[in-house]
Ligand binder design. Structure first.
Ligand SMILES: Nc1ncnc2c1ncn2[C@@H]1O[C@H](COP(=O)(O)OP(=O)(O)OP(=O)(O)O)[C@@H](O)[C@H]1O
Ligand SMILES: [Mg+2]
Length: 256
């Protein structure tokens, strides 16, 4: 019985691997399905957190994101961070200075695991502050399971790829999310732009929050202003009358 179950899981993982091969440009992307990841997926299947993994939604330098389903058939997104070739120098800059990660050892594996944990914790904090982000479900080592943003197996498009009907409203929501992140979640996203916001039925959803730092970080104010400038720059191209980024920055940092 157990043997049969193990074979079943192995087959499911192999299928995911095949789908990955087909969906990925192998010349640039290296597989993330190494033995350790397979073991983790195996455990998550046993626990019923994951049932199937489907094709890659995105294959990036930092991580691959897959659509999966849970045992009730609900869609999930799984982000698997690369360990080999990870940009650990870049990650380290965002990890040191964050008091939540003061005991992380400077080994590549540990840095990537901390990076995944940081995204999980940041998603939780953002959610508590009523910022719309994918609901975090589970994180272990270099793997993060979260809510799938999209509909009927189709992932939601990025802000940069949609024509929005009500740019003023969307702009105000995003600025309010930056405000809530800063004043309620004690976080600065640090890489906010039209690339890291999904549009779920006209509703902006903030993603890719692993590099987000707490306000204690020495660069938090610099990154806050950069995030605001990125968003203002994008919306200014849509012919909106916008306040100056510095005004928004002052409004947010005053915290009124
Ligand atoms: N929860 C989710 N639901 C649906 N799609 C998602 C989800 N999370 C990420 N994606 C998709 O995967 C892409 C990559 O995710 P993310 O930005 O978190 O990873 P990344 O490694 O930083 O990639 P990139 O370098 O492309 O920014 C996103 O642009 C989005 O299209
Ligand atoms: Mg991204």
């Amino acid at each position: 019985m157990v043997e049969k179950k193990i074979k079943e899981y192995e087959l499911k993982i192999d299928k995911s691997r095949e789908r990955e091969k087909r969906s990925e440009d192998q010349s640039t992307a290296e597989s993330v399905f190494d033995l350790n990841v397979r073991k983790i997926i195996f455990k998550l299947m046993q626990k019923g957190i994951i049932d199937q993994i489907y094709g890659a939604i995105s294959t990036g330098k930092e991580a691959n994101v897959y659509r999966a389903t849970d045992s009730d058939g609900n869609d999930l997104a799984i982000k698997i961070y690369r360990i080999t070739n990870a940009e650990t120098k870049f990650m380290w800059k965002y990890i040191t200075g964050d008091p939540r990660f003061s005991d992380v050892r400077k080994k590549p594996r540990n840095i990537v695991f901390a990076w995944a944990k940081k995204e999980f914790k940041n998603l939780n904090r953002a959610k508590e502050a009523n910022v719309k982000v994918p609901n975090p479900i589970y994180q272990v080592k270099n793997l993060l399971v979260m809510e799938f943003i999209g509909e009927n197996t189709i992932p939601a498009p990025k802000l940069k790829d949609v024509e929005i009907q009500n740019p003023n409203k969307i702009f105000n929501i995003i600025i309010e999310y930056i405000n809530r992140l800063y004043n309620e979640a004690n976080l600065v996203h640090g890489d906010l732009s039209e690339f890291n916001i999904l549009m779920d039925n006209d509703e902006p959803v903030i993603i890719d929050i692993s590099q987000a730092i707490t306000l204690e970080h020495p660069n938090s104010l610099r990154y806050l202003l950069r995030d605001i400038k990125n968003i203002c720059w994008y919306f200014s191209k849509l012919n909106l009358e916008l306040p100056a980024p510095v005004e928004i920055y002052e409004y947010i940092t005053k915290g009124e």
